[in-house]
Design a binder for this molecule. Structure first.
Ligand SMILES: Cc1cc2nc3c(=O)[nH]c(=O)nc-3n(C[C@H](O)[C@H](O)[C@H](O)COP(=O)(O)O)c2cc1C
Length: 152
């Protein structure tokens, strides 16, 4: 099975730390999964058509998803139209004090792509604590196991 993880945020930031923890969880749960991890700026149509599951990680910027993730959606929407319906997805957000704007903006556009949300969005506010990283690992585990064992 093919899992695509795309992320916004800058290298070395909080979103990047969440990505690392989510990937640890994926590898713990299902190491036979083929997992591509890419900056949303480097990901495109071919990646999305390859994917059988999609994880999106983003910081919240101005009450919205990061520009990088929005750019990915803008570039891929029409080229994949009608070919990614039902794609299982989940998302995680790093925010200063909110995060709901990022979640709402992604979920609204995901409806347009007709992706299927298979986990509650994970929002971490402020600095990452060990329990937040554990929640990231658990998201990765749950998503990977669901994909590998055909639950979605
Ligand atoms: C340009 C910009 C806009 C931001 N807007 C919001 C916001 O609307 N809501 C919020 O809770 N945090 C906001 N933040 C804070 C970031 O979401 C937060 O610091 C996040 O952890 C950054 O993740 P990163 O280290 O991966 O970049 C903003 C940060 C920046 C740089």
């Amino acid at each position: 099975m093919h899992l695509l993880l795309i992320h916004g945020g800058h290298g070395g930031g909080r979103t990047a730390a969440m990505v690392t923890a989510v990937v640890e969880g994926i590898e713990e749960a299902a190491d036979e999964l083929d997992c591509r991890v890419k900056s949303a700026l480097d990901a495109g149509v071919e990646d999305l058509l390859w994917a059988q599951g999609l994880l999106i990680g983003t910081p919240e910027h101005f009450g919205y998803m990061s520009g990088a993730v929005k750019d990915f959606m803008d570039r891929t929407y029409y080229p994949v139209e009608g070919r990614v319906e039902g794609l299982p997805y989940a998302l995680f957000v790093s925010a200063g004090n909110d995060g709901t704007g990022a979640v709402n903006s992604i979920e609204r556009i995901a409806l347009g792509f007709r992706w299927k949300r298979v986990a509650e969005p994970l929002i971490v506010r402020g600095d990452l604590k060990p329990e937040d990283l554990q929640r990231c690992r658990e998201l990765g585990q749950t998503f990977a196991a669901g994909l590998a064992y055909g639950v979605f």
